[in-house]
Design a protein around this ligand. Structure first.
Ligand code: PLP
Length: 389
């Protein structure tokens, strides 16, 4: 479906029906598949004949999701996983071995940092951290054994951005793989592979599901890399369930239209917050005052649904505001139809040391909103009352 547009692929790619002629994609809730004969079983196992064997290896519902997401990311292939974290871990384990070196952005999802520092480090893999936006730091962190650059752009919650194309020139000339976690924007707003990255990683738990129903993840890349990642998931088992694959498959069908609405609501909220006396600073890439606004415009088609703001009065006042909202949900999740509010310093970034938090600019007065799809005027009204407490 190469020539079709994003919105058509999001609905049609990977679509197929059984002889029952169901219109919506079927959910294949089965752990194994049967063979016509002993010969067929032998041919499936030896890969002479393509086809399903066991759901840890492949499943038709999961396959539909993988094909659709690969198409939307401009990738040759994709492996779905049980969560975003298992996607990140699978990509690292498939591509990096002991003695190798990873350079990672300091400004990543908290658990990604924990994964690198506590699990990946056990395999004698070296890890260095750099500031996401600073190209010369990435360049100078390179060692002879550097295999992988790992990052998220834009970062959550402050919206720092790195120039993916410029960074990919550095990785290509040094024989390093560039992996981008694209969960914050989704393929509807940014395609890192088209910009020069080698690998895209997703927590499909976020915008791809979009309604807070399940965990899911994915790695998309060229066929050769995906075969290595698939060998890892096949042997270790963080495979995506067919039921969850169906949820995120259906999520892709409405992704583009939902992201437009998330962005529109987020911009309106950010502009409103910017005018409030109690608010010291608003971090939203869509505001021209954001230092990465111009760069973001060159590589993403919109600015996403995450708005953060700093209020006067530190943690005490931030907690009062969070406790004062009536509509928004107090939860650390993001990318949901329901707007959510959280205090990063004590939740998503709570496991970092004070120093690490300071380096990442996660202050005590910082509040993060994942702007949902309610009427944004109601969300603004809710926050405006909470700001008065
Ligand atoms: C949530 C998140 C993850 C982890 O995904 P899970 O599905 O919760 O395992 C990884 N990266 C980013 C950017 C996220 O927001």
């Amino acid at each position: 479906m190469k020539d079709l547009s994003f919105d058509t692929k999001a609905i049609r790619e990977g679509y197929r029906t059984t002889q029952e002629q169901e219109h919506s994609e079927a959910i294949f809730l089965t752990s194994s598949f049967v063979f016509d004969s002993a010969e067929q079983a032998a041919n499936r196992f030896s890969k002479e004949e393509p086809g399903n064997i066991y759901a840890r290896f492949t499943n038709p519902t999961v396959d539909a999701f993988e094909k659709r997401l690969a198409a939307l990311e401009g990738a040759e292939a994709c492996v779905a996983t049980a969560s975003g974290m298992s996607a990140i871990f699978a990509a690292i384990m498939a591509l990096v071995k002991s003695g190798d070196h990873i350079v990672a952005s300091r400004n990543m999802f908290g658990t990604s940092i924990v994964l690198l520092n506590t699990i990946v480090a056990k395999f004698k893999i070296e890890i260095s951290y750099v500031d996401l936006s600073n190209l010369s730091q990435w360049q100078s962190a390179i060692q002879d054994n550097t295999k992988l650059f790992l990052l998220e752009t834009p970062s959550n919650p402050l919206g720092e951005v790195v120039d993916i194309t410029a960074l990919s020139k550095i990785t290509k000339s040094n024989n390093i793989l560039l992996a981008v976690d694209n969960a914050i924007l989704s393929p509807a707003l940014q395609n890192p592979i088209t910009l020069g990255a080698d690998i895209v990683i997703h927590s499909a738990t976020k915008y791809i599901d979009g309604q807070g129903r399940c965990l899911a993840g994915a790695v998309a890349s060229n066929s050769q890399i995906i075969e290595q990642v698939h060998s890892f998931t096949r042997a270790t088992g963080p495979s995506l369930s067919a039921f969850n694959a169906w949820i995120v498959l259906k999520g892709l069908e409405t992704l583009s239209i939902r992201m437009k609405a998330h962005c529109k609501n987020a911009l309106k909220l950010a502009n409103w917050l910017d005018k409030q006396d109690q608010v010291k600073k608003v971090h939203y890439l869509g505001l021209e005052s954001h230092p990465n606004h111009a760069l973001a415009k060159t590589q993403q088609s919109d600015f996403g649904g995450i708005v953060s703001f700093e209020i006067n009065g530190g943690r005490e006042q931030a907690f009062k505001v969070i406790n004062g909202v009536k509509i928004l949900s107090i939860t650390a999740n993001l990318g949901d139809t329901k707007s959510t509010i959280t205090h990063p310093a004590s939740t998503t970034h709570g496991r970092l040391t004070n120093e690490e938090r300071q380096e990442a600019n996660i202050t005590e007065g910082l509040i993060r909103i994942s702007v949902g799809l309610e009427d944004v005027n109601d969300v603004i009204d809710d926050i405006s009352k909470a700001l008065l407490v």
